[in-house]
Design a protein around this ligand. Sequence first.
Ligand code: SAM
Ligand code: SF4
Length: 431
Amino acid sequence: MNEYDSNRILDFTKNINYISTKNIEEADCYILNTCHIRAKATDKVYHEVGRVKKEFKNKKKPIVLIVGCVAQAEGEVLLKKEKFIDAVVGPQSYHKINKIISNIENNNKEINSTEFEVIEKFDQLHLIKNSNSKISSFLTIQEGCDKFCKFCVVPYTRGPEYSRSFSEIISEANQLIENGSQEIILLGQNVNAYNFKDKKLSDLLNSLNEIKDLKRIRYTTSHPKDFTNDLIDAHGECKKLMPLLHLPVQSGSTKILKSMNRNHTVEEYFAIIEKLKKKNPSIKFSSDFIIAYPGETKDDFEKTVSLMKQVEFINSYSFNFSARPGTPAANLKKINEKIAKERLTIFQRVAGEIKTKYRRKLVDSTTSVLFENKAKDADKYFGRDEYFNSVIVNSKENLSGKVRNVKIKSCNQNTLFGEIISENKPKEYAA
Ligand code: SAM
Ligand code: SF4
C-alpha cells in the first residue's frame, strides 16, 4: 500500500512541479513513506533520516517530509527529536502535501498533519489522474481496520475501516488499463471487508473480470473472518482472478488466535481453504505468521508448524512478535528471546523446505507468465507466473505486457529461469 500511496503522492506533487528523481543529490524535497508495523520497520526511519542528513551535510538542505504510519504514530516525537524533518504527514492526510510543501517553502516549519481525513483524501485523489503505467499496478479499494487484533497498530495508524466508491474504483482501474496496466492488484488492510453500498469485493472482482484489456486480477490482504461464500464462488467463476491467495493465519493454535483477538478458529481457517480448493482445485496459498506471541507454548508452536505442513503454503512471511506501543499485547509477558528466535528459525526452515520442494517440482513444467519489464541484463525479461513467482527468460523480442508460456529450466529461492515455448499459444483469460 505504501507503494500505491507513494505513486499517488507523486501524482499530487507533479502539480506543483515536484517530480521524482532517482538521483538523491538532485532532490529539492525528500519524502520518506514509512511503515510502523514492527519495531524494525520504525527503527529504519531514524536510520534513513540519519543517512539523508549525512548525504546533504555540505549541500543545500532539501525539504524533508516523513509520511505514512510512523508519521501518524510518532509524529510529534519525530519533529522534536530531529530538526532536519520539516513535516510529518499521516497516511490519511497526504492529499494536503502540496499545501504543506508550499508552507515550508514560505518558511513555516514543523508541520504536523495527522488527522484521519480518509473521505477527503479519496475525494481529492479521484480528481487527479493515476499516472502509474506499470504492467502490474496496485489499486487501493479499502483502508483501515476495525478488528483490533491485540498485536497490531493498523487500527491506530490507518484509522477505521473505509471502502472507496465502487464506480471510482472501476474508473481508476480503467485509467490504469489505458496507461498500459494488464494486471491489477486490489489493496486493503482488510481487502475482503470491502463494502460500499452493499457492493462487496466479489462484485468488484466480477466487474473487473469483464474488462477486455485486463489480463490478471489479484487482491491482498484478506482476513479469514470476512471470507464469505460469494468471495469463495468468485475464485471459481472469475477466470482472470489468479489462483494464489494470501490469507494470513498468524498461528496454528486456536488458543493463541483467541488471545490475539483474531475471531476465528484453526478449524474455520481449514474449512475456508477446503471450500476454495473445491471451487478452484489449482488454488495455492501464502500466509503471514507471528511466532512466539505472548503465551505461546511449545505445543502451540508445534501446531503452527503442523498447519504450515498441512496447507503447504508456497510462500510465507514470518516474524517474531514485536511489542508495539499502544497495543494491548504490548503489556503481555514476552516469550524468552532465545526461545522465540529458536522457534522462528525452526519455522522458517520448515517453510523454506516446503517452498523449495514446490519450486523444484516446477522445473520442466510449463507456466503462463505475464512479462513486466526488461531485466538489468541485456535481452532478459522479468515477469510473474499465475502464482506470483518471479520468472526470468532470455528474449530478443520485447516481451513487456505479453503473456507467454514458459518452460522452467531451473530455479533458486527467489526466481524461476525458463525459456519461451514459441509454438504454444499463450493462455487467454477470457471473461
Ligand atoms: N490485515 C491483515 C490480517 O489481518 O491478516 C494483515 C495486515 S498486517 C499490516 C501485516 C502482517 O504484519 C500481519 O499479518 C502480521 O503477521 C504482521 N504483524 C502485525 N503486527 C505485528 C506485530 N506486532 N509483531 C509481529 N508481526 C506483526
Ligand atoms: Fe491488523 Fe489485520 Fe488485525 Fe486489522 S485485521 S488489526 S490490520 S492484523
